[in-house]
Design a protein around this ligand. Sequence first.
Ligand SMILES: O=C(O)CCC(=O)C(=O)O
Ligand SMILES: [Fe+2]
Length: 353
Amino acid sequence: MENEKKKFLVKKLTKVIEEADKNGVSRSDVRNILINPTVDKVKKTDSKTKENTGIENTEYTKEHEEKEKRDERKLSPLKSKYVMYAFMYVFGIISTLITIFIHGFIVDALAEKCFMDQNVYAAEISRPLVQCNMCRNLDSIPVESGISAEEFKRKYAYTSVPVLIKDATNTWSAMTQFNFQFFKDLYFRTEDALRTVDEECQFFPYNTDFLTLSDVFNMSDARANFVDGEMPWYIGWSNCHKEVRNKLRKHYQRPYFLPNNSESSTLDWIFMGGSGPGALVHLDYVVRPSWQAQISGMKTWTLVPSPECEAECKSFNVTVHKGDIFVVDTNVWYHSTFIHPGDISITIGSEYD
Ligand SMILES: O=C(O)CCC(=O)C(=O)O
Ligand SMILES: [Fe+2]
């Protein structure tokens, strides 16, 4: 090495050694650094900071370690993003569960009879007032036979004037086929039918101990046949099971007098049982007028006008015999039923618009 260059380097190194001495770095450390100048990233940054701050090495290292710890405690942006996602996910699940729970509670509460009763009062207060035209001049319930669809439409279909249509089911095989055993076999043999009715359709136990339609079909033969000493029964249900509907509708047709363009509900209503009170006085909230065909037995309907029409309108009793169809708007007429002694009363009906 040239003398000049050597002198220059010695001068520089002397400065480095002086600097090291000042900062308490031993000569052997300086030597080691000169032999192996490789340092890790953090240490490099450290030295840079140290140069700027002039903090003693030991203090500086301590402070650096604390900073490192603090930084570790802080989450990297990437980590905190994942934590946020996880939080949102858990929050989403919890809020969904709460919503399902509250909804289930409301549905259950509505299914409770006591709640329904309170609901009837609430509905009575909030229902729209009935126009009393349908009963103002009505002295008795009209009875018709062989009425045309046009005449039925003009006089009854949408007027809320009740009408009894005589001998309206002559051609229906339901008249000979429908009995307790028919319905029992139908529901037992059609897959999922009882579960569907119990869970998705409506069941009216009226004055019985039955909770579901399954209970009805599982009663003893003696009770089903109204043997003396057995508990009387009368029930109703809506069928919303498709296969059952198709099988039922093989045995009855859409009443011949309904307006051609009126649509029939896909829901069948069946009421069945023995002598005694049937439905207690009530008003329905089914929106559409309905027809009910008496397949077996005899039933008397009592119709009472709503309170706002009481001064102008009368109440009526209508006795429906086997083969008759009774058309009544159960949304505007309060109604109750009574089943006469004799054959089991079986009716099937639906709504139309
Ligand atoms: O047939 C019955 O006993 C009651 C029928 C009823 O309440 C209705 O169809 O709205
Ligand atoms: Fe009703």
